[in-house]
Design a binder for this molecule. Sequence first.
Ligand code: AMP
Length: 587
Amino acid sequence: MDAYKVIEKDLAHLPRRPNLVDYAALSRDFDWSRARALLDGLPQGGGLNIAHEAVDRHAYGRRADKVALRCIAKSGGRRDIRYHELAEETSRFANALARLGVAAGESVFLLLGRVPELYIAALGALKAKCVVAPLFSAFGPEPIETRLAIGSGRVLVTTEALYRRKVEALRGRLPGLAHVILIDEGPPLPATLRWQELMSAASPLFAIPPTDPEERALLHFTSGTTGRPKGAIHVHEAVVTHHVTGLYALDLNEDDVFWCTADPGWVTGTSYGIIAPLTHGVTNLVVEAEFDAETWYGVLAAERVSVWYTAPTAIRMMMKLGAAAVRGYDLGALRFMASVGEPLNPEAVLWGLEAFGRPFHDNWWQTETGGIMIANFLALPVKPGAMGLPLPGIEAAIVERQADGSVAVVEAAMVQGDLALKAGWPSMMRGYLNEEERYRKCFVGPWYLTGDLAKRDADGYFWFVGRADDVIKSSGHLIGPYEVESALMEHRAVAEAGVIGKPDPIAGEIVKAFVALKPGFSASEELRRELLGHARKRLGAAVAPKEIGFLANLPKTRSGKIMRRLLKARELGLPQGDLSNLESDER
Ligand code: AMP
């Protein structure tokens, strides 16, 4: 850790004064209720609604004609949506939902790539006080069905192709899914509605009803070690954190062109791909195409991106091409680069300096926290490899579980423990949908336990150590081993499955599965390929295992639980640890 020199900042050389300069003073004086005053609130004390803060409050004033979303399609086509137009389009969608009889509190699922309709539907549904649940469009039918069922999806907005491929066959098992809206034009498909028809019949005026800040707004699915995915509930009040983190952690200013490369199917793509930039009235870039280094450099240059929020896997892929590949592009507008989602190795932070003339600023948060909690700030020194300092208003600590079930804060520097946050910030999840027990278990006294292991150094910077559980982070996507194991178990040849994250130089980890076969089946290359194909079809490419190994038996505890840690240790040639709980015939 100490091998890397701290990157000091010289504020005089920054193109503008950062929004956060005196970290100590701001942290000391910070007060969430005062932060709330940075936002408008609905007229006449009508509460707080995310869509009002992101769209309507800019739409009728001096920002009316400013570009809110600059959408660049895979085809290269561009569409600029100005704030007043975004207000009208989102109002149309809110009215369309009302006409369909969709009520406040009901959930609207989105299964779309990064196309304008995704942004319009999300913000329109928030206006109508529906609960927005974005799904990753690369999910296969199984993750989609599970999430629609858990979240009681009433509306799904998607494309005809995605619908035919992934949803049509499930429809009979989802009786609550009343409306499927297809965004593309074309003749009607049975039991679906066409976006264009709904939108052109709807009025562009919609007055957002009074919204209690504690009303549900977003449902983001995340994975645990066991059981089904968890639906983390966020409320309209979360917009206070989105705005404040946009201000301090991403240093957003009104004249920025901001690009968050994350897909809204994951929380980063919603909090920072939709909400935070719009609450700041910036121009938010939406790029539909998947990662390609040359394309990305071209976008950064041509669109004059000033603040860029991306992820370690993409940075490592760029590093592979070398810094010289960046040189031909005019990146003069770029003034701040941040990264999130998985550990950002120190070499990647420094490569930012070499290739772009500035470091990547790592920050840390998770689905449950709703917004950035720990960050390397523009004005402060960056320690390559560290996640940074807590956001003003956030109390973070390393804690240690005690025998009596309580936790104690570890004061000493560089001691590994559980990363905990003092509960009570606006974008803290309000629950896991229908899973009170799982939610309750995240808290001990005043502390929310994040599930991550970390250390804190003497300057207060946090350093990531690893996950306390078995969930896998692959290319920034959190993957629950149980969901993958369940899909494999559906194959007729599979008796048992155990899934681990295997370290990978680019993706951080890849999903590796081990299977034991049923009697009558034997391991072969053909079966391996069949299983890989089966998993990919069910789960989608982002979640399916990349490798499958055959074992005669999987190591299990005496109570029958598969010991994923042991599978991992054996795969990596690491010490196997305490085996006292291992079923005897496995030892
Ligand atoms: P998700 O809920 O999908 O956003 O995943 C959150 C998890 O990703 C965290 O609990 C961490 O395990 C990991 N993570 C996110 N950001 C970072 C980071 N900057 N460094 C290390 N791990 C991270």
